[in-house]
Design a protein around this ligand. Structure first.
Ligand SMILES: *Cc1c(COP(=O)(O)O)cnc(C)c1O
Length: 396
């Protein structure tokens, strides 16, 4: 299989050459006096992507899953209640993590393909008159279904209910690809990772933490050692790390931020919308349906697409891999066999997306899907070639 072919999975994403080079650095001493010059600007840069002035940024050698654990274990105590809606594989896994940490998880079951139900959150919070719910957990971009939820509406629901719970947001597959407004949305902890919108290798959890979450940390009793914010923030403040830092990833994140700021965050977001819209035009031309239930929920980083009745999406993704050497996202959980996913985040251009559409179209034609070869590509071409669209200059 050629490694020239991009992957169309929603993370880990394609790593631009510039970032591969940036991560190729020789060992340096993290106890040397100049380590602070490497780390501090990176943490500041992430704050810009989060749109926070009040929040603090912490990173761990870990992944998004570790970020979930850090969020929960630093702020909550055994038996604490958390409120969360389940509408896909990632919200499900965060629920599972909370349960295994001995939290009392109040789950709002929600259709896969729907988003965070602000109205039902409000109802549950209003009913919680003695404030037993300590945190509301929301998956911003449900990578299993291609649904982007409205975090502002969840915060508005919490305000309408006059409830003091913390708001935790999983932005693993949205941050640095779609706008995020930590302060404006009143997000107390946001969790992300290095290998999706930041276009890096896997291995770093990236979190933003509000002053309110920091205050909750003082009384939280869940055990934590490796992920203790206090150790990390204390060491970072002195220019250090509580253990060996993932130096190559810190260099990579520094360069990733340079790339994002050079392109301009607004242009990055416009590019993701544009790529996603090209994919959606193709899906429409094929006569297929997105898992996301309505346009307001469409994710600009991943599209989950139902295969027609009687077809198996696993056979499709397997065939695309074996016949053409290209990876697409499989259907996860409830969607297994029923939907495949096209990841369109990170280092991608219009032309790269066209190659992915052409490939999956060939795979569908090979398996006798009722689609017309070339129809999806043509629809995306028509969309991409319009001169009025935002410039196609990219981060690739
Ligand atoms: C990828 C992903 C995760 C898990 O992150 P890992 O880095 O694989 O641990 C969590 N949430 C969402 C929404 C994701 O897309």
């Amino acid at each position: 299989m050629s490694d020239q072919n991009p992957v169309f999975i929603p993370g880990p994403t394609n790593i631009p050459d510039r970032l591969r080079r940036a991560m190729q650095v020789q060992t340096r001493d993290h106890r040397a006096p100049d380590f602070v010059e490497t780390l501090a600007p990176v943490l500041e840069g992430v704050k810009k992507v989060l749109n926070t002035t009040d929040g603090r940024v912490v990173t761990f050698p870990s992944t998004g899953t570790g970020g979930w654990e850090a969020a929960v274990s630093n702020t909550l105590s055994p038996g604490d209640k958390v409120l969360v809606a389940r509408y896909g594989m990632f919200s499900h896994r965060w629920i599972d993590l909370c349960q295994r940490h001995g939290l009392d998880v109040q789950i709002i079951e929600t259709a896969w393909g729907a988003g965070a139900p602000a109205d039902r959150f409000e109802e549950a919070l209003r009913a919680d008159t003695d404030y037993r719910i300590k945190a509301v957990l929301v998956t911003h971009n449900e990578t299993a279904t291609g649904v982007l939820s409205n975090i502002a509406s969840v915060r508005a629901a919490m305000q309408a209910a006059g409830h003091p719970a913390l708001l935790f947001v999983d932005a693993v597959s949205s941050l640095a690809s779609v706008p995020f407004h930590m302060d404006e949305w009143g997000v107390d902890i946001v969790v992300s990772g290095s290998q999706k919108g930041f276009m890096l290798t896997t291995g770093m959890a990236i979190l933003g933490v509000s002053p309110k979450a920091l205050a909750a940390m003082q009384t939280a009793r869940l055990p934590r050692t490796f992920f203790d914010f206090r150790d990390m923030m204390g060491a970072n403040a002195k220019g250090g790390f509580p253990y060996t830092p993932p130096l190559q990833l810190i260099y990579g994140l520094s360069e990733s931020l340079n790339m994002l700021f050079e392109e301009g965050l607004d242009n990055v977001y416009a590019r993701h919308y544009r790529l996603a819209e090209g994919v959606r035009r193709a899906v429409d031309a094929w006569g297929l349906k997105l898992v996301a239930q309505s346009p307001d929920l469409y994710s600009d980083t991943v599209s989950a697409i139902y295969v027609p009745d009687g077809f198996d999406s696993n056979k499709l993704t397997d065939h695309a891999f074996h016949a053409y050497g290209v990876s697409f996202g499989i259907g996860l959980g409830e969607m297994n066999g029923r939907a495949f996913r096209i990841g369109h985040l990170g280092s991608l251009t219009d032309v790269m997306v066209l190659s992915g559409l052409a490939t999956i179209e060939m795979a569908m034609a090979d398996l006798n899907y009722p689609i017309r070869l070339g129809s999806g590509v043509a629809a995306a071409q028509e969309y991409f070639r319009q001169p009025a669209r935002p410039a196609a200059k990219s981060a690739a």
